[in-house]
Ligand binder design. Structure first.
Ligand SMILES: [Zn+2]
Length: 445
């Protein structure tokens, strides 16, 4: 049996609470059918000289990004046409290097600079696609300037840059050096790019993108499962399994909350505030790592034991504006469901989000009757048909039934076209149409 494994074990993609950095990753959208792009993250330990070189490269990438953005903004204000990608590269990299103000750009790998511009170009394309309605889901804002104060800095090397994993296990980065890596597992194949990240907690990571063919299918199994994501339990399944976030995770989350409160009492610009920011960032990274590990174990088990998995599509962005935003984000449903999605694709299972509106709680999963609205504290109820229901298990059963019906309507085993490797925590699936349904319980609060 192929071994199920955990990708993305390290929390570099999670946004922490103090980060304002632009997210440069958009991996799930470059997929061709049958191939999966996965991200593998490893902690790296640059020495002092390498850290200095990295800081310089982060800075240069940021300057090129900002120069490019400024140039396009100025062209727009002057009523000129959009500066093409090639023209932009010529002006803010090639030609800039020959000027005295930007000569130092020549000291870092040019691939790093080109990739920074590539990020800008993608950000522009996403923005245009969003404005014209070609891109569904949440509206994408125009690109913003990057700041040296962003807590998350990153640069990307592609194959052209000739980065290399050496026999001694170090990662050779052009103009940076041979950086020690803690390999928690081996890469399944050669990587097409590596992103080096410094997070808010001051840790460094190398994030490799690896393309794998979908050749790891698990033997077929029978069960199909519906999952209800809730606030009382993290997840409730149609087979009546209830999953609660483990105690250590809740404890860590409470500690984080306390640190955040400490931070909010510190005076702006003070030295104590700076220290508190780092403390919060570290605690946040710990919580995110722990949660990710736990979610990996849970999603792996669910995918292993079931042939098809259905979850209700929730509009987490909409929820983010409610009072319960905090607990919703902490629950990390978005990252959990995207783990289910890519593992399903990888191991030959079916995964579907049920995104049509139906009252999953009030509908009797036995007879289909829609009953009266229930207060949040009603955990069990009886349907006039004689069925006795656990509130959440009944909802999960309805999700499963709706998922199966959707799938039958579209033809069995439609594979999702896009599989995100793993999204940052509490993000949303960009293609998910937001359902108008509020999460059970939130509307009554
Ligand atoms: Zn009934």
């Amino acid at each position: 049996m192929p071994k199920l494994c955990h990708e993305n074990q390290v929390g570099v993609q999670s946004k922490n609470t103090v980060s304002t950095g632009a997210d440069t990753f958009d991996i799930g959208h470059k997929l061709t059918l049958g191939l999966l792009q996965l991200r593998y993250n490893f902690r790296v330990y640059p020495d002092a000289a390498q850290r200095t070189a990295l800081a310089q490269a982060f800075g240069c990438a940021r300057v090129v990004f900002n120069d490019g953005l400024r140039l396009r903004q100025q062209a727009r204000e002057a009523g000129e046409k959009y500066v093409s990608d090639a023209e932009l590269s010529k002006r803010v990299i090639t030609r800039a290097k020959t000027t005295s103000q930007r000569a130092w750009l020549g000291e870092v790998s040019s691939v790093v600079l080109q990739q920074a511009l590539a990020d800008l170009n993608v950000a522009y394309r996403n923005f245009f696609a969003s404005v014209t309605g070609k891109r569904k889901g949440r509206k994408v804002a125009p690109p913003r300037f990057r700041s040296r104060k962003d807590n998350r800095q990153s640069i990307r090397f592609t194959k052209n840059a000739r980065f290399k994993v050496l026999d001694n296990g170090r990662l050779r980065l052009p103009k940076i050096g041979d950086v020690p890596v803690r390999w928690s597992r081996s890469l399944p194949s050669e990587s097409s790019s590596v992103t080096v990240i410094r997070d808010a907690a001051g840790r460094y990571f190398a994030s490799f993108v690896v393309t794998t063919a979908e050749d790891e299918s698990l033997p077929p199994t029978d069960p199909e499962i519906g999952i209800d994501l809730g606030l009382t339990h993290f997840a409730v399944m149609s087979d009546a399994t209830k999953v609660t976030a483990p105690k250590f995770l809740r404890r860590a989350a409470r500690k984080l909350k306390r640190l955040q409160q400490d931070l909010s009492r510190k005076q702006r610009g003070s030295q104590n505030r700076k220290k508190a920011v780092v403390k919060v960032a570290r605690a946040h990274a710990r919580v995110a790592d722990t949660r990710r590990d736990w979610q990996h174990k849970l999603s792996t088990a669910i995918i292993r034991d079931n042939q098809a998995v259905y979850v209700e599509d929730l509009c987490v962005v909409g929820l983010g504006r409610t009072r319960l935003a905090k607990s919703v984000h902490d629950a990390g449903w978005a990252s959990f469901t995207s783990m289910l999605q890519y593992k399903a694709a990888r191991y030959g299972r079916t995964f579907a989000r049920v995104n049509r509106f139906f009252p999953s709680t009030r509908m009797c999963s036995a007879c289909g009757r829609i009953n009266e609205k229930m207060a949040l504290n009603v955990r069990e109820w009886d349907c006039p048909c004689g069925s006795h229901h656990d509130r959440d298990v009944n909802a999960a059963k309805n999700v499963r039934a709706a998922g199966q019906a959707d799938l039958n309507a579209r033809g069995a085993h439609v594979r999702p076209g896009l599989v995100p490797a793993a999204r940052r925590e509490a993000g949303t699936h960009p293609d998910a149409a937001c359902s108008t349904r509020s999460v059970e319980g939130i509307s009554v609060l």
